[in-house]
Design a protein around this ligand. Structure first.
Ligand SMILES: [Zn+2]
Length: 156
């Protein structure tokens, strides 16, 4: 899968499927996206390959107080992915709306639905949690294995 910013200066290729896709309904994501939820596909950093320019990293205040690092096109400033302090630089949260075909990455789980806008109706059977969840319960076995390998690499 490929994607990029609006002006085409930043283009990326994603190697394989995401570990998981989050629809985050927290108020921080609402403000940052200007809409009702963020849609982030989680990838190991080395599976997100930049094909043209490198994005610039903008440190943006986050709910934790530690700051989120947002990768933006240096020209049109569209955000293509982020690092969150919890998982560090090893994980890139790719903004699904910047993919050439966002329909490839529907959400696996809706998070922070405690602050979901009341007029947003989730599909019947959608996995949803009021705040966050336990990775062991929600992630696929394959994704958990990829996470384990990623954490091993990060230690080196
Ligand atoms: Zn651009």
């Amino acid at each position: 899968m490929e994607g990029g910013c609006t002006c085409g200066h930043v283009r990326y290729r994603l190697n394989g499927r995401p570990m998981i896709v989050h629809a985050c309904h927290c108020t921080w994501c609402q403000r940052e996206t200007g809409t009702v939820h963020a849609l982030n596909a989680m990838y190991e950093a080395d599976r997100v390959e930049h094909l043209a320019a490198e994005p610039e990293i903008i440190v943006t205040p986050s709910a934790s107080g530690k700051g989120q690092r947002i990768a933006r096109c240096p020209i049109c400033k569209v955000a293509v992915w982020s690092n969150y302090p919890g998982s560090g630089p090893a994980v890139r949260f790719v903004r699904v709306g910047t993919m050439d075909d966002p329909s490839q990455c529907p959400p696996d789980v809706h998070i922070f639905t405690s602050t979901k806008q009341p007029w947003v109706t989730l599909p019947p059977g959608a996995r949803a949690v009021a705040e966050f969840y336990d990775i062991d319960e929600v992630w696929s076995e394959e994704a958990k294995e990829r996470r384990r390998i990623m954490r091993e690499k990060a230690k080196k």
